[in-house]
Write a protein that binds this ligand. Structure first.
Ligand SMILES: Cc1cc2nc3c(=O)[nH]c(=O)nc-3n(C[C@H](O)[C@H](O)[C@H](O)COP(=O)(O)OP(=O)(O)OC[C@H]3O[C@@H](n4cnc5c(N)ncnc54)[C@H](O)[C@@H]3O)c2cc1C
Length: 439
């Protein structure tokens, strides 16, 4: 036997973990698994150093708690939303901005990617390029390992495959629970004839709608997400929180143009157009499958906000530690055992309960009219800061989350209470999952 031959009965090139993908979720998980001392390979369709297409935002407090504030490219302290209609009377107190009093940041996506790539490289991750197309169980000296075949016909073998291939995963299976709602947005980074938002301002949600006709205001509501990027550049994005089927880009673009025109603002130079669409209310994956998922593939997008990166950074260490512990306890563990350890750490009971609550809440919001939505968000952001920030970051416990929701109900105007009370469609079934979560 030469030093490179595998031990008897083990396939050549066997690694502990094969991570499929090279987006934020894949790199986060590969880095953590390798730092746990596992032999890790990444199989990516594209060069892992290729720039990511999306822009990632996060609240300042969340990124600071992770000690990663240095990975932000922009940070705003002047953060607000508008939940008034913006109609006729600008002196109406309902039209005043809701000041969030919290910093918000945009990641420097190249630096975030570099942060994970450096950790992967330092921990010895192997890089393989190829499109994963199929998975099958193979024998590893009596244990069932995983073999992934690429479009080019190459076969890679691992004790555990982590599917981090995004919202339409190549391997992870999810139940079909009906139409999935998408957050859709159309945005422009560029220069404008005048500032579309106040200098130095970050606007999370501008629901003012006085640029729309009465008939248009009966259509699915959209809001402006916007920020001053400095040096005369701004990012403005017309966004639909969630809808199935999603609001078309053409509608969002037209609404953005109307909103800007209403403020006598013209786009003078387009640096980048963003077409954003991702699922908000994916069901939880089957937690008993022999492939582990992570990121969009594992339904980790926050169903109320659409955010993911904070969750990746917070949850990857525990998942990797659980997989590593299972492998240390049983060095010949098969894929199912390792995936189970990972799934249990990724979606423990508490998080599954919260996922049910968030999904229930989103289902309600998707039925709200534009005035109800504005009233809902005005009430939500008037909650004590710890409640609304913890709700959005998904860092509060189940009882704390329920307390925030009850307080919201108690302090909301009657129009919102009425919308929250009646149960329609699958709302009741989703609400009951708080008591009996799936998985
Ligand atoms: C425009 C936009 C803006 C967003 N903004 C934010 C935000 O501000 N904050 C936030 O937290 N979230 C945001 N999101 C949501 C979410 O964070 C992203 O969708 C995120 O990119 C998902 O990360 P991921 O790593 O799971 O998947 P992806 O980023 O989709 O990465 C999937 C990777 O898998 C690879 N791959 C796919 N199939 C295969 C295969 N068969 N074999 C090998 N490789 C494969 C792809 O090439 C890619 O590298 C945004 C999403 C969009 C679309």
């Amino acid at each position: 036997m030469t030093p490179t031959d595998p031990p008897a009965g083990l396939p050549a090139g066997l690694v502990d973990g094969l991570v499929v993908g090279s987006g934020p979720a894949a790199l986060a998980m590969a880095a953590e698994l390798a730092e746990q001392g596992l032999a890790v390979a990444v199989l990516a369709a594209a060069d892992p150093r290729a720039p990511w297409p999306n822009t990632y935002g996060i609240w300042g407090e969340e990124v600071d708690a992770l000690g990663l504030g240095h990975l932000l490219e922009h940070r705003w302290s002047h953060t607000c939303s508008y939940f008034g209609s913006g109609a006729a009377d600008p002196a109406d107190p309902a039209n005043a901005p809701t000041l969030h009093g919290r910093d918000y940041g945009l990641f420097d996506k190249a630096r975030l990617q570099q942060f994970w790539l450096e950790r992967c490289t330092a921990a010895g991750v192997q890089w393989r390029q190829g499109l994963a197309v199929s998975w099958r169980a193979v024998d590893c000296a009596g244990a069932a390992c995983s073999a992934v075949t690429t479009a080019a016909g190459e076969q890679l073998v691992a004790r555990l495959v982590v599917d981090a291939s995004g919202h339409e995963p190549v391997f992870v299976q999810r139940p079909d629970e009906g139409p999935v709602a998408g957050q859709a947005a159309y945005g422009v980074v560029g220069r404008f004839s005048g500032p579309p938002v106040e200098p130095g301002q970050f606007v999370l949600m501008d629901y003012r709608c006085d640029h729309l006709s009465a008939a248009e205001r009966l259509e699915p509501p959209t809001f402006l997400y916007a920020m001053d990027l400095g040096e005369g550049r701004f990012f403005v994005e017309e966004t639909s929180l969630a809808l199935a089927p999603p609001v078309p880009y053409a509608t969002l673009k037209q609404r953005l143009e109307r909103r800007l025109a209403h403020r006598s603002v013209r786009v003078e130079q387009v640096e980048h157009e963003e077409f954003c669409l991702f699922p908000m209310n994916l069901p939880l994956p089957d937690l008993h499958q022999p492939v582990l998922g992570f990121g969009g593939a594992a339904s980790m997008v926050h169903p109320a906000s659409g955010y993911l990166v904070g969750a990746l950074l917070r949850r990857a260490p525990a998942v990797a530690a659980a997989v590593a512990a299972a492998l240390r306890a049983e060095p010949a563990a098969d894929s199912l055992q390792l995936a189970q350890a990972g799934w249990r750490a990724l979606w423990p009971l508490e998080l599954r309960r919260k996922h049910a609550l968030y999904q229930f809440g989103l289902e309600k919001l998707m039925r709200f009219s534009e005035p109800q939505l504005r009233a809902h968000f005005a009430t939500f952001f008037a909650l004590p800061e710890a409640q609304w920030t913890g709700f959005l970051a998904n860092t509060v416990s189940v009882p704390e989350l329920v307390a925030a929701m009850l307080r919201l109900f108690a302090t909301a105007p009657w129009s919102v209470k009425a919308g929250l009370m009646g149960m329609q469609g699958r709302e009741l079934a989703l609400g009951l999952r708080l008591l009996r979560p799936v998985g």
